[in-house]
Design a protein around this ligand. Structure first.
Ligand SMILES: C[S@@+](CC[C@H](N)C(=O)[O-])C[C@H]1O[C@@H](n2cnc3c(N)ncnc32)[C@H](O)[C@@H]1O
Length: 262
């Protein structure tokens, strides 16, 4: 049986969103009063999430509440949850084609998979995460938000995960593994000409220089860097884009045998 769960149309919808929940109260042992900070989104979030902004707010409340309490996110991330996490991931939606079957490797607290699903209801999204504690949290959140997102417990390189999710149009990942290792996990999950989108930040240039040859050997095309959300987030999100080569005879992600290497 597949260790996965899907929520979506047909499952019970979330409780009505309470505006009170846009404040998060964090007790601090070193402070006389609990620290209260705003989880209200910046104005630009409305143009990214449209009529799903309230759902995105609800996700933010999960992240800074149970996400921090249960160790999926460090407490220092809470005050910068929108700019550094939710919006930084959501702007990458501009690189995904309509209706893309998307696999997010190493989702952790759902990043970037959940912001992408919130910004782009046309996508079908699978979150692949090996750690049970994180998977439990992800399933609770996906169910609460009533998103058409599947949570798969496993490692991206496992044969069961590959069999269930290969043929994806897009694989996403943020802060999961160096580019070459990530390409080895992602390319076998992609259809020919499908695309790996690796959210990389400042390390992008160095990783591209270091790993471009390895990526090509694994069955990818020349990696390139794209910046997303130029008018929306500061700094823009930096993404390394790798397309799976069309018509490479062998399955990508496996080193070529000696007789293939001439
Ligand atoms: C540093 S966290 C990043 C989480 C999230 N992507 C983010 O940006 O906040 C790396 C995540 O990758 C997961 N991970 C590590 N190895 C993996 C693998 N082989 N396949 C899938 N996920 C993996 C870890 O369990 C962890 O949740």
């Amino acid at each position: 049986m597949s260790d996965s769960v899907t929520s979506g149309p047909g499952s019970p919808g979330p409780e009505p969103f309470s505006p009170d929940a846009v404040f998060h109260v964090e007790p601090r042992p070193d402070a006389p009063e609990p620290v209260v900070f705003h989880v209200e989104p910046p104005a630009v979030a409305a143009s990214i999430f449209g009529d799903r902004l309230a759902l995105a707010q609800r996700y933010a409340v999960h992240l800074v509440g149970s996400g921090v309490e249960r160790g999926l996110l460090g407490p220092r991330e809470a005050p910068r949850i929108w700019e550094r996490h939710i919006l930084n991931c959501a702007v990458v939606a501009e690189l995904l084609p309509d209706g893309a079957r998307t696999v997010d490797i190493g989702s952790g607290a759902g990043l970037p998979g959940i912001p992408l699903a919130l910004a782009r209801p046309d996508l079908s999204v699978v979150l692949v995460e090996p750690l049970a504690r994180r998977v439990d949290w992800l399933r609770e959140v996906v169910e609460d938000l009533d998103l058409p997102v599947t949570v798969e417990r496993g490692r991206a390189e496992e044969s069961g995960v590959r069999t269930r999710w290969e043929g994806a149009d897009v694989v996403t990942a943020r802060a999961v593994a160096p580019l070459a290792r990530l390409a080895g996990w992602a390319l076998p999950l992609l259809r020919p000409a499908g695309t790996l989108l690796a959210l990389k930040g400042r390390s992008a240039d160095a990783e591209l220089t270091r790993d471009a040859v390895a990526v090509r050997k694994l069955g990818g095309n020349e990696p390139r860097i794209v910046r997303c959300g130029n008018e929306l987030v500061d700094p823009p999100s930096t993404v390394v884009v790798v397309e799976r080569a069309r018509g490479s005879g062998r399955r990508p992600g496996r080193p070529r045998r000696r007789e293939e290497r001439s």
